[in-house]
Write a protein that binds this ligand. Structure first.
Ligand code: GDP
Length: 249
């Protein structure tokens, strides 16, 4: 399932340490599930404040990974299911279509959207949404090879005063690429992980690998292009079962 060797070895070592030499197959399978779900940890999603200050979340990640679509899914779910008031801000001003895309979703949901071209404008836009429960900020995709773009992103993240940063990765990213991407985003003091395009991935090893490499919390996975349906909170049991396959208990 594309689980990296380091991670697999760690799992084997831990399981070996927990079972007796004559343990049966079922015992081993049970321990294996426990160790993997332990490594995956407890997922955390956005908690929108009830009253008081709005919760501010900023979405970052490589180009085309699905930031705008995911933000729209979260906005719609918090508005429709949790009855929260939402403000959207986009700092994704590199692509003309990106602003239009978010505005279209915002119009359908009847949510205000502000466009920020600079870090100062972003800070201002967040302030203007102080009456909301949740403020979601979209950013431009960064090529992990372009250093100047990262300096700008750093300034945007700082100016947003975000309570939470979400790093999005496509589930189809190769091991070499996600290592490079993670290293580019290592300037972020903390973030949670969203895995997009799980419907296009043949395995879910990336979730365990990236969680193991970063130690960051898992939050959502997205499973298709449909807004707002194709998003779910990471389901640790489901992923563990998927990783272990037919021997899962
Ligand atoms: P951004 O550049 O990171 O903001 O990415 P977009 O939100 O514009 O998405 C890029 C493309 O990926 C669009 O065609 C989306 O419909 C598609 N997309 C987003 N999320 C998913 C997903 O979970 N599964 C699939 N198959 N496509 C997705």
């Amino acid at each position: 399932n594309d689980v990296e060797q380091d991670v697999a070895r760690r799992i084997i070592d831990t399981v070996s340490g927990r079972i007796s030499p004559n343990a049966g197959f079922d015992d081993v399978a049970l321990q294996l599930s426990g160790v993997i779900s332990g490594l995956l940890g407890k997922p955390e999603t956005i908690s929108a404040d009830d009253g008081g200050k709005p919760k501010v979340a900023i979405f970052v990640g490589p180009t085309g990974v699905g930031k705008t679509t995911t933000l729209a899914k979260i906005a719609a779910n918090y508005m429709l299911t949790h009855k929260k008031s939402i403000g959207l801000v986009t700092a994704d001003t590199y692509r003309i279509a990106a602003v239009e895309q978010l505005k279209t979703y915002a119009e359908i949901l009847d949510i205000p959207v502000s466009v920020a071209y600079t870090a100062a404008e972003l800070s201002e836009a967040v302030k203007q949404n102080s009456d909301k429960d949740l403020v979601l900020i979209d950013t431009a995709g960064r090529s992990h090879k372009n250093k100047a773009q990262f300096e700008e992103l750093k300034a945007f993240v700082a100016a947003s005063g975000a309570d939470e940063v979400y790093l999005l990765l496509s589930s189809t990213t190769s091991s070499r690429n996600y290592r490079e991407i993670l290293s580019s985003y290592s300037f972020l003091p903390d973030y949670k992980l969203i895995f997009t395009k799980m419907d296009e991935a043949s395995t879910c090893g990336i979730i365990l690998n990236v969680r193991y490499l970063t130690g960051k919390c898992l939050s959502y996975i997205t499973t298709g292009q449909s807004v707002p349906d194709d998003i779910e909170t990471v389901n640790i049991d489901k992923i563990t079962k998927n990783l272990i396959g037919s021997i899962s208990k």
